[in-house]
Design a protein around this ligand. Structure first.
Ligand SMILES: [Zn+2]
Length: 329
């Protein structure tokens, strides 16, 4: 078996896990991490359990509220867990925005590029902003966030952003993550953490059909779960959304991702590719320092829409809210 960058990263992940273990064991270590599917009653509401794990010796569930797509980590002790499977869950919750968006994403899986949900509900002049944090040696493009906070300070606080995060970005951007967490704490931004895989394998010399998650020997399960654990270790809760690296997928991959309970989110406005943002667009820019054109376009867009922003005619939507509205009956 050839040792490639992906394998090295996976090994590095496990070693970091082991080394950090001694420090973290007493604090944050997450063990026994498993995909678990079932239903629990929480806050007088039927929620779907997606994962279970042990932290500091205590058992937890990761749950999703099928009506508003909010995910939470809850202590599982004393909670009645009703085990289930996807056919049963799909039937029981078929009218909810969560199951409807999951089913829609599966149906839109015919093309290799940009599958999944690409558009939200265009209530007014509004877009949903997603920023991809693919692996990069460059620092986070902080100007995106400071521009957003500045433009929306009088109309929307916190500013909702979807961040598609990779495990490898997290390994090398501790300061940037602390900075982002600080902006959340100060109420400036509100982040929906979208799983963008752990390694985000990309080989510029390979065709798309042999690249990203379609590369041979890709461990899809590790790519998803590795990122989830990395987020949970920091006390961050991942959302029910997933973004394919390079927006490249296949029907098989979409089914695999959906089996984890994650909704693939594409984009109908990848600004650096010249696609324009319309009402309801899910806009994509890269925040990892590698796409200055997209960032410049976005900041220009903010400036052009400044008047509308000030009059609250132009808003940013929380991804959870825009998907919920799109699929609400
Ligand atoms: Zn990416």
């Amino acid at each position: 078996m050839a040792i490639n960058k992906q394998h090295i990263c996976r090994i590095a992940f496990y070693i970091t896990f082991l080394l950090m273990g001694f420090n973290i064991i007493a604090q944050n270590e997450i063990g026994n991490y498993k995909v678990a599917l079932g239903v629990v009653d929480y806050n007088n509401h039927s929620n779907i359990v997606l994962r279970k794990f042990i932290k500091k010796g205590n058992p937890f569930f990761v749950i999703v509220n099928p009506d508003n797509l909010e995910t939470s980590v809850i202590p599982s002790e004393g909670i009645t867990f009703e085990p289930s499977d996807w056919p049963q869950i799909t039937e029981k919750f078929k009218k909810t925005p969560y199951i409807q968006s999951l089913e829609t994403a599966k149906k839109q899986s015919l093309s290799t590029e940009d599958s999944g949900i690409v558009h939200g509900y265009p209530k007014e002049h509004s877009i949903t902003l997603t920023i991809d944090l693919c692996p990069s040696h460059k620092p986070l493009d902080r100007v995106i966030f400071s521009s957003l906070i500045n433009e929306f300070k009088k109309t929307e606080k916190p500013v909702p952003v979807g961040l598609s995060i990779t495990g490898r970005f997290m390994l090398t951007h501790q300061d940037d993550l602390l900075w982002l967490e600080g902006l959340v704490k100060s109420g400036d931004i509100n982040i929906t953490w979208i799983n963008h895989t752990y390694n985000h394998h990309f080989n510029p010399k390979k065709p798309v059909t042999d690249n990203f998650l379609l590369a041979p020997n890709t461990d899809v399960s590790f790519e998803i779960i590795g990122t989830e654990i990395a987020l949970l270790q920091r006390g961050l809760v991942f959302s029910a959304f997933f973004r394919f690296p390079g927006l490249v997928s296949s029907p098989k991959l979409i089914d695999q991702v959906a089996a984890f309970g994650l909704i693939p989110i594409g984009s109908d406005a990848w600004l650096a590719k010249g696609q324009q943002a319309q009402s309801g667009s899910i806009v994509l820019i890269h925040g990892n320092g590698n796409e200055p054109v997209g960032v410049k376009d976005f900041i220009n867009l903010l400036h052009t829409e400044n008047d509308a922003v000030m009059k609250k005619q132009w808003l940013l939507y929380d991804l959870r809210e825009s998907v919920e509205n799109e699929f609400q009956e």
